[in-house]
Ligand binder design. Structure first.
Ligand SMILES: [Zn+2]
Length: 330
């Protein structure tokens, strides 16, 4: 990498930690991923984060790293950088001052944001949201997260937790969610819900699906592949999942009247299998916002699974720009 200014973004995921260095136009100039090893506990993961930061500093030199941002898959106290809730990680993360630990360990100031809120910033600056002042970002992966841009600004809500789209109750008698509630969108339509639905279909005697999947615990991308190979059962799963997501989004469209919805996350790579039923249900449930009255665009994210990391870098860039503006004004 030449002597350009770069911003480092690190996305702490349940399975892997992704790091990117982007330039001021959002181009990824360096990327690296390592395993999280979350079951090893908090201190081990923090040590891996610090070593990844050291690797990045070494490998992108002599470029100048102007800021470092983190994307965290949970709820944070944004003022202090303390972790409030991090599902899929060991319990010792709750109440942990992550920002302080990383700043002290690396000697570098960092900024921090929820992972999907970070991805929303990336979409706004360099992705599917660029053309819009009001849009919803939904990330469908192992879980379901989201972010809102309203009047051109990332919307935080009173505690920074606005955008938890996955925890809307869609079916009060539905399956239990990782958050403790029953029938959340996430419990019905996320990656883990797709795996559960496939398992249930096989248990109910879908021999064709069992043959195509060859596993009792199939990954969502395997279910998508089975759908493409003609499994009616797998197609039905994506229809049901997409319909639930479309219904949840329709409620948000009625509440917020956005111009667009950007769909990202690993499951969005299923493409039309997922997007078609989302569009169909949205059209059915948003009569007041019909096409003739302007409608709402549904776009696939162009971030290719790096939205969280790119967004963390984008957030660091924006914080440094705000700081520069503030310094200038004062
Ligand atoms: Zn939930």
């Amino acid at each position: 990498v030449d002597g350009t200014d770069l911003w480092l973004g690190i996305d702490l995921g349940g399975t892997d930690i992704k790091a990117v260095a982007v330039d001021c136009d959002g181009r990824v100039r360096w990327a690296r991923a390592i395993a999280t090893c979350a079951p090893e506990g908090r201190d081990a993961v923090v040590a891996r984060l610090l070593s990844l930061m050291a690797t990045a500093a070494g490998e992108v030199a002599p470029a100048r790293v102007r800021g470092v941002g983190y994307a965290i898959p949970g709820i944070l106290d944004l003022a202090t950088g303390t972790v409030e809730l991090l599902t899929n990680f060991t319990p010792d993360w709750t109440g942990f001052g992550l920002k302080d630990a990383l700043e002290q360990g690396s000697g570098t100031p960092i900024s921090m944001l929820n992972d999907v809120r970070a991805a929303t910033v990336a979409e706004q600056m360099w992705g599917g949201g660029r053309a819009y002042r009001n849009f919803i970002c939904i990330a469908i992966g192992t879980g379901i997260g989201g972010g809102l841009v309203l009047n051109g600004e990332l919307y935080f809500g009173s505690r920074g937790a606005a955008g938890e789209l996955g925890h809307q109750t869609m079916d009060p008698d539905g399956p239990r969610c990782n958050c403790g509630n029953y029938g959340c969108l996430e419990a019905l339509a996320s990656g883990y819900a797709i795996t559960r639905r496939a398992r249930e279909a096989i248990a109910c005697g879908d021999v064709q699906l069992a043959e195509l999947l060859g596993s009792a615990e199939p990954e969502p991308h395997q279910v998508a592949e089975a759908a493409r190979q003609g499994s009616a059962g797998a197609c039905r799963i994506f229809d049901e999942v997409g319909t639930f997501i479309g219904r949840a989004l329709a409620n948000l469209v009625c509440t917020l009247n956005p111009e667009a919805i950007v769909v990202g996350g690993g499951i969005s790579r299923a493409g039309d299998l997922l997007i078609d039923p989302i569009r169909a249900e949205l059209a059915r449930r948003t009569v007041v916002f019909s096409r003739e009255r302007g409608g709402v665009e549904v776009l696939e994210s162009p971030m290719g699974g790096q939205g969280g990391a790119i967004g963390a870098a984008a957030w660091a860039l924006r914080q440094s720009a705000d700081l520069a503006t503030w310094t200038h004004v004062s």
